[in-house]
Write a protein that binds this ligand. Sequence first.
Ligand code: B12
Ligand code: SF4
Ligand code: SF4
Length: 345
Amino acid sequence: MKALFRPNAPSPDNPRKSEMPVPDGAATRSRQVLSEVLKVFPVAAILGDSSDRPEFEAFLEWLERGDHGRMDWMARNPVRRRSLKEGYPGYRTVVMALLPVGGRGKPLVISGEPVRIARYAEGPDYHKEFDVRFRQVAERIRPFLDPNDRPAIKPDHGALMEKSLAMEAGLGVIGKNTLLINPLLGSHFTIGSLLLKTPLASVSAPFEHFSPCGNCTICLDACPTEAFRGPFRLNATRCLSYLTIEAPGDENRTLRQSRGENWLFGCDICQDVCPHNRHRDRESSSPARTADLSDRVVNHPADLIEWVRKNPAMGRVSSDVLRERFLEITSVRSGARFSSTERGK
Ligand code: B12
Ligand code: SF4
Ligand code: SF4
């Protein structure tokens, strides 16, 4: 594989930082903007005009291998992910923020069976959370922006290589599990971006020289479906997050059934095992004690719909899909066989 990762520090040899001229006073304006952003988000940074993503080539190779599977939206016009100016012409600055995920990682108990749900999917939908907070930010920073600026909110969607941008903004470094790791937060957070037309100077967070992995390979070894081709390379079509959320249909059903453990929605294993997440509780891997889980007991698969309603982040898959997956988990565990008619009930 080609050397794709260049050190993050700005230097004459490293053109990652601003290539286009930033007007006088932009640095002061940037700091003022960031201080407003930090009133709304716990961790944030500002990335002035960034250059081409150094990881773009790895992204193209990923698409060529077909590792995106049925996520056609990832393959659509890939070049727009190469740089901000190609994805969002006219936008010059990205305000990047991290939101720690609140989920407790405890299993949900359905008809006495513990099943697991990715932490990020518990509680409020993070897309909405970013939307609300970035709207507040946009109001606060309006006095510092050019009059014609129309900030665009992009949490998780849009043509942004978010981890790569956040890494350049000094918010953390990508680990071998392909996730961004921040030395204080670990990796259980989501990333959101606010795009500005106003050119601002970068104000980075201080974590660009952090080196998270060394010789460690715990996450690669722990993945139950062997989804990693190697460090930093994930075959999404084997990842339980893909198999339970993005493509819960028949594709790779056997893999999900045989190695999917009891993951109902998403998967957190390659994060939960990471030493940088040690500060989080490890209850996801401990046996379920029903007494501790009174708010997590669902008495019948059909009641799952009600539970999901209270956890809107899980609304991305239909209740039928969730019920189907639940039956898949329990049938494998008990060795029972469900006919397709029974599964459809
Ligand atoms: C597609 C996608 C998925 C796919 C593919 C995942 C993947 N790793 O690409 C699937 C459905 C499997 C998925 C799963 C999950 N996802 Co997702 N996903 C995305 C999405 C939309 C695009 C990611 C992407 O560009 N992939 C393309 C591939 C090629 O990139 P990559 O695997 O990251 O590989 C890069 C690095 O390895 C790097 N690289 C290569 N060599 C080297 C060498 C060195 C030294 C370094 C440092 C880097 C490096 O270059 C590659 C190209 O960028 C982003 C949001 C966004 N717009 O960015 C969220 C995002 C990455 N997902 C997120 C989350 C939370 C998850 C899950 C944890 C959810 C869950 N609990 O179930 C899992 C984690 C699985 C995993 N280990 O990645 C968060 C990650 C937060 C974080 N801390 O990093 C994001 C940023 C969403 C968000 N806005 O918060 N996801
Ligand atoms: S999220 Fe789970 S299935 Fe996906 S790569 Fe990580 S450990 Fe493997
Ligand atoms: S488990 Fe180890 S190799 Fe994997 S991301 Fe964490 S530190 Fe890096």
